[in-house]
Design a protein around this ligand. Structure first.
Ligand SMILES: [Zn+2]
Length: 399
């Protein structure tokens, strides 16, 4: 058993004051009476509900000779797998101890199994497989001249077959699309993706196999389809109406707003096409007021960044938290709850991680100050130690 004698604890929902914290292996065993003054604080490890691990892991400033579209075309899969593993480990060391990859295939499932088996240190990794149409948002990430393409599905039966392929590969969720997107080449946000019959088949098959369905959408029409067809989460959600916000709030459907990546593309802080920049600028100009209204209406926003190592690096999750405070009007405590206990329950892990309580997995961060009270402390520089699966994976526990 390992213990911290006295730390200020934010358990994922609220401030518990000074406590002692004990864990054995990968399990928190006690949150008890403190002995002495609490010099540091403890919060649960962050949970990012929306990432893409298969991306260049060397950092934005070292990118040479390729962009986010060409990197997968010029890099062999074995090498991509190592980058994905490095991205996941980097996230973990910067305090993000659970990730859900929403563009996964057999590779991310394999990496997750290697982490779970303790072969390599790594975060908890959930992998969701994409089910999209030809000329849909995902398909348009691969240039049209390329013939060896990721799979698409173009009928209800094809959608079911692709869900089954991902289930066989060990993936635990599905990602689907009800509108176009920002970065996809030749795409239009207003394009419908899939017919109702295809969407219904995807959701039915996924739920039959115990998989959550995450829905990419930027348009009010796309959000309506997601609501009508029983999707489990909304990704982006940029064009939601206030009526839809009320329904989302009432049903408690999680929304990952991916604020920072759209800001960066809209401001061309990362190399993007003029087309992508103008789409993002149009989305962002209307977004802040809309999403703030939605937050006031009680929409359940959770941490979801779209980090891919190239635009958003792993570790930029902290900057997204600050944007959630700024754009959504969240308090730092609300933002942290959205990034810990609530994000865990959004991905189906609400009873195993994201909360500091006996019986939960031992994923937590020892930090300076009380970051749930002060937005300026939502910064990886304030991390003293990262504990993931009960092991110290960055920094050192205070004596
Ligand atoms: Zn994404």
């Amino acid at each position: 058993m390992t213990s911290l004698d006295s730390v200020a604890v934010f358990d994922g929902v609220s401030d518990l004051g000074a406590r002692s914290l004990s864990w054995t292996g990968d399990s928190i065993t006690a949150v008890g009476e403190p002995t002495g003054e609490a010099q540091y604080s403890v919060i649960p490890g962050l949970v990012d509900t929306h990432v893409h691990l298969l991306g260049y892991a060397g950092g934005r400033s070292n990118v040479r000779g390729f962009d986010t579209f060409t990197w997968p075309l010029v890099t062999i899969r074995e090498e991509q797998t190592l980058h994905a593993t490095a991205n996941a480990q980097k996230a973990m060391r910067l305090g993000v101890t659970t990730l859900r990859d929403l563009g996964a295939d057999e590779t991310q499932a394999a990496i997750g199994r290697v982490f779970d088996a303790g072969i390599l240190p790594g975060p908890r990794l959930l992998a969701s497989g994409p089910v999209g149409m030809t000329a849909g948002h995902l398909d348009l990430f691969t240039p049209r001249a390329v013939t060896d393409r990721p799979p698409t599905a173009d009928s209800p039966d094809a959608c079911r077959a692709l869900v089954r392929r991902w289930a066989r590969a060990g993936l635990t969720g599905i990602k689907t699309y009800t509108s176009g997107g920002v970065l996809s080449m030749g795409d239009k946000v207003a394009w419908r993706n899939h017919t109702r019959a295809e969407i219904a088949a995807t959701v039915d098959e996924a739920h039959a196999l115990g998989m959550l369905v995450a829905c990419h959408t930027h348009s009010a029409e796309g959000i309506q389809i997601a609501l009508d067809e029983g999707m489990d989460s909304i990704e982006h959600g940029t064009g939601m109406t206030l009526d839809q916000a009320a329904v989302l709030a009432r049903r408690g459907i999680p929304v990952a707003p991916t604020l920072l990546i759209n800001d960066m593309i809209a401001r061309a802080e990362v190399p993007v096409s003029d087309e992508a920049q103008s789409i993002a600028a149009a989305l962002v100009s209307a977004r802040d007021e809309l999403l703030r209204g939605a937050a006031q209406a009680g929409v359940r926003f959770v941490l979801g960044t779209d980090a891919n190592g190239y635009f958003l690096e792993f570790g930029d999750q902290w900057r997204e938290l600050v944007r959630m405070v700024e754009v959504l009007g969240h308090s730092p405590a609300q933002a942290l709850r959205a990034a810990t206990s609530d994000a865990a329950s959004a991905v189906g892990l609400g009873t195993s991680v994201g909360t500091i309580a006996p019986g939960f997995g031992a994923d937590f961060l020892v930090m300076k100050g009380r970051p749930w009270q002060d937005v300026s402390l939502l910064d990886p520089d304030n991390i003293v130690a990262v504990v993931c699966r009960g092991q110290v994976v960055a920094g050192a526990l205070p004596a």
